[in-house]
Write a protein that binds this ligand. Structure first.
Ligand SMILES: [Zn+2]
Length: 416
């Protein structure tokens, strides 16, 4: 009895509260908005293709950003801003008394300048680099804001459309916007997945570059001399011997926690001990205690290799987010924001596909919100596959229920 009372007290949100009700879709304004989405199907897909074919490598999103800004103006959003990084945001004012909810989609792609972005249409499939991640969701979010206006849908809370930049190079744009825009959103939705996925957490991602140095020596004088190359070899061997905790369930093909050496290099000539040799490590897990433990083991292993070899040692931290303010897993999962996103995603999901299960992961703009303690979720509006590959593709017609799903979420989250 006492235990039950304590449990209830510890979970004031009560399990599985969703603000989404299918009956809300019968409201005339929402029906009108939905009819306007159906009526524009071909136009939406054509505009999406145009956006895919507009290059936007991270840091060079200006053309897409200007396009989104111009479209926000046409919709009549207020407080439309472009910040110093080219994040674009605009507000759809509510009638008052509801939470402020951000819908964020990123304009950048991982593909460098010069990549052939021409979309190949194979029936209902659009194939091109960046077709899914995140151009599909950028298009869907833009159309969702348009449809709200066409339907004359009123919400209590404000809705903010954030077209973020440099997501792919460390969530740079969203971090900058959340820290400097002055907005204090109550809820944050990253539209950056396939519509068959939902993530409510934040993968812990820490990336390092380890550098070993020595005075160098001719090969003829190298025998027994300290060698940065040997230190790299010993360190890499050592780090792959660090025991990893058992696999986290529920991640499909993703095997977590994990540590990966992605780049290595050093030396300038064949016949000398390198003056410098280095490698990088990408360390990922789902929670901070595990991450901290692995990070400590990693750094001490690499340092020990340097000491044993008698070479100089430097470490550069390439990426790391402080998650000390993040809410615990249960609290994040049970938050109505996540349950609402889950209910709507499942209501609108492609027929014949398995039920969408929430996963405690995240490697997108919602990570920043999670790290700040803002309730956050990541969803998607389109069935898509092979992100970050040249063969990336998306199902064109899936964007229509995807936009409707986003719209249902937006209304439910701001008006409950
Ligand atoms: Zn993305």
């Amino acid at each position: 009895m006492h235990r039950l009372v304590l449990l209830l007290a510890a979970l004031p949100l009560v399990a599985q509260t969703s603000w989404f009700q299918p009956s809300m879709l019968e409201q005339p304004a929402i029906k009108k908005a939905y009819a306007s989405i159906d009526a524009r199907k071909d136009g939406i897909i054509d505009e999406w293709i145009k956006l895919i074919e507009t290059p936007a490598p991270s840091g060079k999103e200006q053309v897409r950003a200007r396009y989104i800004k111009a479209e926000m103006e046409k919709i009549g959003l207020t407080d439309i801003r472009t910040d110093d990084l080219f994040n674009v945001s605009g507000v759809r004012k509510g009638t008052g008394g509801g939470p402020t909810v951000v819908f964020a989609a990123h304009t950048d792609t991982v593909f460098p300048e010069g990549t052939n972005l021409k979309v190949k249409r194979e029936g209902d499939i659009l194939r091109a680099p960046g077709s899914g991640d995140d151009t599909s969701n950028l298009m869907a979010t833009l159309e969702m804001f348009r449809a709200l206006s066409r339907g004359g849908v009123q919400t209590k809370g404000d809705l903010i459309f954030l077209a973020s930049v440099q997501e792919e190079v460390g969530l740079v744009g969203a971090k900058h916007w959340l820290e400097t825009s002055g907005y204090k959103p109550d809820l944050f939705v990253a539209v950056d997945l396939s519509s068959l996925q939902l993530w409510y957490g934040a993968l812990r991602i820490d990336q390092f570059k380890f550098i070993f140095t020595s005075p160098g020596a001719h090969t003829l004088e190298s025998r027994g001399a300290p060698s940065p190359a040997k230190a790299v070899a010993k360190a890499i061997n050592g780090l792959y011997e660090i025991p990893l905790p058992p696999l986290e369930p529920g991640f499909g093909s993703f095997k977590l926690p994990t540590m990966n050496v992605g780049m290595l290099g050093g030396g300038t000539v064949v016949n000398a001990v390198p003056r410098e040799a280095w490698f990088t490590v990408d360390l990922r897990s789902t929670d901070s205690p595990t991450q901290d433990k692995l990070e400590t083991a990693l750094i001490s292993t690499v340092k020990a290799a340097a000491e044993k070899e008698g070479v100089g040692f430097q470490m550069e931290r390439k990426m790391g987010i402080d998650y000390s303010k993040a809410k615990p897993r249960e609290e994040r999962l049970k938050h109505p924001l996540v349950q609402t996103a889950l209910a709507a995603s499942n209501y609108f999901r492609k027929p014949g596909t398995p039920e969408i299960m929430p996963v405690d992961a995240g490697a997108n703009d919602s990570n920043i919100a999670v790290s700040m303690g803002i309730p956050a979720v990541a969803v998607g509006a389109v069935v898509q596959s092979m992100p970050h590959r040249l063969e990336e593709s998306a199902e064109a017609s899936s964007i229509i229920p995807g936009i409707k799903s986003l719209l249902a979420m937006a209304v439910a989250m701001t008006t409950h």
